[in-house]
Design a protein around this ligand. Structure first.
Ligand code: MG
Length: 285
């Protein structure tokens, strides 16, 4: 197991919002990752997770990665760990709010689909785990560690989750036939059912973002405080649907000609947004 438990997670909350990682919070499965392109965070994920954190949910990732445990030599094991933890750290760097992370590295009771070992680890006292000293959860320098050594005074003892307030989101839900493009397994669904908490697929939980274009990464990642993005495309290609995914993000104003009526009104709305220091997404046919 690899475990990361940053300071300032909502450890005293009874509400747990838990997520699978590969093909859920990020669009790609592990084997397709390429360091030369941006991490394809699923659209809508960043804003939704920040919202949950602000609503005092305890954010958690439960992810299987037995490619680590399948290795037998030290070098390949270290490489497999680095590959996984670098992706997770990069995701947290963009998320900018803390998440607990549990990585099941072997085909044992901790692996989703086999048992609920990772959930039981969540219930353990978090003060026994090593934690980064920084209050920022997004520190990429912090290690994923299963160390049970020093405790941090900044951490507090876990509060037992109330299962009726907990849920898990994952893409391994047993949908369809694997060889025909269906889910590779039902391990996420089985995990949630075994813990006895609510389960959602990634497309159910992030519906607008999913239908707005699977290849579009989160615009939040482009950075900058005063950015204008103009959506282009043929009528019916999904521009408005894409824009809707950003309507409730604090940092973005949506400028829609369908709503405002004329080009001058759209231009004025863009000026207002930029004048207020906000990003602007222009949906104009
Ligand atoms: Mg997955």
């Amino acid at each position: 197991m690899l475990i990361k438990r940053p300071v300032n997670c909502n450890y005293t909350s009874t509400k747990v919002a838990a997520f699978d990682f590969d093909s859920c919070l990020v669009m790609d499965a592990t084997f397709t990752w390429n360091s030369n392109r941006p991490i394809p965070i699923r659209p809508g994920v960043i804003s939704k997770l920040r919202q949950l954190h602000n609503e005092k949910y305890r954010l958690v990732i439960f992810t299987n990665e037995k490619t680590i445990g399948n290795r037998t030599k030290l070098g390949p094991i270290e490489n497999a760990i680095a590959k996984k933890t670098s992706r997770l750290d990069e995701f947290l760097r963009w998320l900018e709010c803390p998440m607990e992370i549990f990585v099941a590295t072997a085909d044992d009771q901790y692996r989703k689909g086999n048992g609920v070992g990772m959930w039981q680890l969540l219930l353990e006292d978090c003060t026994k785990y090593h934690a980064p000293s920084s209050s920022s959860s997004s520190s990429s320098s912090s290690s994923s560690s299963s160390s049970s050594s020093s405790s941090s005074s900044a951490l507090v003892t876990n509060v037992a989750p109330n299962l009726s307030e907990c849920f898990f989101v994952g893409d391994a839900a047993g949908r369809g036939v694997p060889k025909a493009g269906g889910d590779h397994s039902d391990s996420d669904l089985v995990f949630a059912q075994s813990v006895n908490m609510a389960f959602y697929t990634e497309t159910n939980y992030f519906p607008l973002a999913s239908s707005a274009g699977a290849s579009v990464f989160d615009l939040q990642r482009l950075g900058g405080k005063h950015m204008v993005v103009v959506l282009c495309g043929r009528p019916g290609s999904g521009k408005t649907l894409f824009a809707e995914a950003f309507r409730h993000q604090d940092e973005w104003d949506i400028v829609s000609q369908d709503e405002l009526g004329t080009r001058p009104k759209c231009e004025e709305a863009v000026r207002e947004a930029l004048g207020a220091g906000r990003n602007c997404l222009v949906d104009r046919a």
